[in-house]
Design a protein around this ligand. Sequence first.
Ligand code: HEM
Length: 512
Amino acid sequence: MTPESIPLSARFQIGIAFLLIVAAWIWHGKRSSARLPPGPNPLPIIGNIGLPKDTLSSFKNWADQYGDIMTLRIMGKNILILNSKAAADELLEKRSSSTYARPVYTMAHEIVGTKHFPSQTSDPATHKTYRRMLAMSLSPRASEAYRPTQMLEIRKAVMDMLNEADNYVAAIQRAVASIALQIAYGYDINKEDDGLIKKIQRMMHIIVEVQIPGRFLVDVIPALKYLPTWIPGMKFKRDGELWAAQIREVEQIPFDRVKRDMAAGTAKPSLVSTLLEQSSAVDEEKWIKMVAGALYNAGAETTSAAIQNFLAAIVMFPDVQKKAQRELDAVIGRDRPPTIEDRAHLPYCSAVVHETLRWQPVTPGAIPHVFVHDEEFMGYRIPKGTVTLANVWAMSRNATEYPDPEIFKPERFLEADKHGAENVERFRVGFGFGRRVCPGIALAEASLFAAVVSILWTCNISPPSSGSSAKPQEIEMRFGNTLRIHRPDPFPIHVNPRFLGAVELIRDTIRD
Ligand code: HEM
């Protein structure tokens, strides 16, 4: 049939119907976005297709251009970006009951099954149960019990760095994974075969991959999840189901072992054993298993990235190393290595921790939330279902709050009079907001502090010398420019004992 063969009246009706559909589409588009704040110009229909390659620089420039809030429109979805701490405090903290939920990712949540993770669930009752367990086991008070484990593993990493500077990233990752596993399950990875560690590392890689926006078509067309796995193009579903099984296995193996050891009376104290002892309901077991998994899912990559960012700062700003070492010599001396208990007496080293988290925030876009109710804010109407992201990167580079933001300057967290007590405490926004604020802050900051003081008390860190000359190499430090876990590309370092006897003293504490 050619267009000419269609009767004129029918052609007229089709034309009217087409015009009505276009008008409805334009009206709907206007209605759904007219009340949201402006943002970078989207393309017609598809909006801002994806994030630009230089995401972080764009997020900073957009914040300068659009102010407190702006909208990105990606593949037909509005994303409200909160550029200022004030906007994030108001919407994510004060109105947390409207913004506590997480957006749904079909691949990650439904096919791979991560929607049950404490960091991903949007079910209010489940989330409340998780938060109760997390608060019980990770509060600042509860976290004090983990300090000996943190010190021991970080000191082992320092020894590894001294022995093999080229492998410092692996040493840090191993220490942080070991801390998470010992706290969660009493699992000592030095004594066990490392099969489980390899599986966990694979699982963490999968979890990161499946959450990359736009990586899987099924996140754009969710109905694809209903197609059978045998038809062409459905590899993502077959992979997803396999990954889901691998994740379940990694959660189950160490959990079952704790239960077995508890039954035999040989279990080492751990988060799982404590929660199992305290829980009265059998169906709580499945939540406890997930909470234990969160320690390495949410805690390991983030903490090791923060330690790598600290090392980058030390190499780029050598004066900071000298100042911290002067404080360590004055307060601790050289007869014993520092511990986490010394934190209150080491204000400069504590400020290095906070400045590390500000200078290169580990999660520059935090983790997205979604509105579960309509909200009015700054004259705009934000509809239920809108995804929102805190622009932590721009907040960390707010020159009014943090003058010369690209400079690593721990002193800014010591200047109480200038910025007020809240700022002195920490770069708080780096850990998120409201009901979803990171429950691992105490643990993360203690691990980072342990790394700062142990590395700087024992070693001098410098760029390696170039060739045969004693001159240090020029290192071009490169950081990721995406919203994913933010850390430097591996860079070479030289690790030297700082004084005679330092290594022996550290080694003795490990042996004890
Ligand atoms: C430097 C290290 C860390 C950073 C920068 C960090 C940052 C964050 C951020 C930005 C969020 C999202 C908050 C929000 O949605 O508003 C979060 C959530 C979370 N973090 Fe951390 N985190 C770190 C370490 C840890 C550690 C060590 C643990 C566990 C021991 C942990 C466990 C969690 C969990 C379970 C959530 C999900 C909370 C929820 O959705 O209710 N994190 N973290």
